[in-house]
Design a protein. Structure first.
Length: 134
C-alpha cells in the first residue's frame, strides 16, 4: 500500500500565468510556493493545489480534454457570492469564462453550482448548509 504524508493535486496549463492569476484572485490567497514560469502551489487548509506548465516536448501528453472527469470542489459559505467571485476572477485576467456557471441545484447534501476556470476545468462550488463533519 502506498502511504505518504504529502500529496498535491496538480493541473497542467499551457498558460500558467493566466491560471495563477485566476486562482490567486478566486482563492484570495498568495501562492505558498512558486517556481517562476513552471509551477505554482496554493495551500488551502491541509490541501495543496498545484498548477504547472508542461515542457514543450510533453505538452501533448497534458493537453486538456474538454469536460474532463476531474473537478475541484470548493466548500463555500455563500454560493451566490462564490459564483460572483469566479466571475470576478475571470474579469481580473480579462477573460470570459469558457462557459457560464450552471444554475444552482439543491440536493440532500446542500446547494451547488458548476463553474469553470480559464482552461475549462470544472469547479464545483458547494454550500452544505451545515458544518463540515470531516
Amino acid at each position: 500500500m502506498l502511504y505518504t504524508d504529502y500529496a498535491t493535486l496538480t493541473l497542467s496549463s499551457p498558460n500558467l500565468a493566466r491560471l495563477r492569476q485566476f486562482y490567486r484572485t478566486l482563492l484570495d490567497i498568495a501562492p505558498s510556493f512558486e517556481f517562476p514560469n513552471t509551477y505554482v502551489e496554493f495551500q488551502i487548509g491541509l490541501f495543496r493545489f498545484g498548477i504547472f506548465q508542461p515542457r514543450q516536448e510533453n505538452a501533448g501528453e497534458f493537453a486538456a480534454s474538454p469536460g474532463g472527469a476531474m473537478s475541484l470542489c470548493l466548500e463555500v459559505d455563500n454560493l451566490e457570492q462564490a459564483i460572483a467571485a469566479v466571475e470576478a476572477a475571470h474579469s481580473a485576467i480579462a477573460a470570459a469564462p469558457p462557459r457560464p456557471a450552471s444554475p444552482i441545484i439543491t440536493d440532500f447534501h446542500g446547494r451547488e453550482a458548476y463553474a469553470y476556470d480559464p482552461d475549462g476545468n470544472r469547479l464545483i462550488l458547494h454550500e452544505s448548509g451545515h458544518p463540515a463533519t470531516f
